[in-house]
Design a protein around this ligand. Sequence first.
Ligand code: DGL
Length: 271
Amino acid sequence: MDERPIGVFDSGLGGLTVVKRLMEFLPGENIIYLGDTGRVPYGGRSRGTIMKYARQDISFLLKFDIKAVIAACGTVSTNGLEDIAGDYHIPVRGVLGPTAKAAVRETRSGRIGIIGTKASILSGAYDRRIMELMPQAQITSNACPLFVPMAEEGRITDGDVALDAVAREYLEPMKSADVDTLIMGCTHYPLIRPTIERIMGPRVRLIDPGEETARSLRDQLKSDGLLNGRDQGGKYKYFVTDSTEGFAETGSLFLNAAIDGSVEHVSLEDF
Ligand code: DGL
């Protein structure tokens, strides 16, 4: 039994879609969340900058006595997280591995689609991981940079005219390629899942990185004997690098529940 919390970080509040899944799969675990809201978005930045920020985010979380770090961010997970993970004394994991594995498990035709931020798609990390697992896979990927600001502006309702137009354009290559499985490779996309689902049609399986990562972490903690032994009552603490104002409102949108836990501002300059 291990009572230490799990540290989770993201470029902003989008990572709360992953926390939501962690709460579902590991309801007794304590979680410390860091949202780098002062520097979001990471998705249009270079690999070097993304990794510099990721190291600072991890260093901050390591101030606490945590048992694992989860990078909820699709951009961080695809831009070198695995290259730096070995530098730490506790497991540091992202969403890439469990998500790619799930896509390969779910596809019937081998035609897999990937959507994510510019940096995630440019990295080619999902393509490489899927090809390792399924060399005959046919992959179609597309960067969808407008989805993040749209979700943050609350344009998430299925039927929203602007969202519909943007989503149709971004998803067109997926439809043309007749993918049967689509990775929603960015923290914000679960919020617009109904629109993606409607446009792609009922036969396409959508892969939610948060769900796959939470399931995989639960299995890992279990096999390593690191679960905290409770099946409810996890405690949560949130840290942000910009103002805490509005956190409860925006955070609850991503978490799909009221924020229960303290919220503090932190500066990452010294990390
Ligand atoms: N969290 C990022 C991701 O999942 C999206 C927002 C950003 O670009 O920082 O890729």
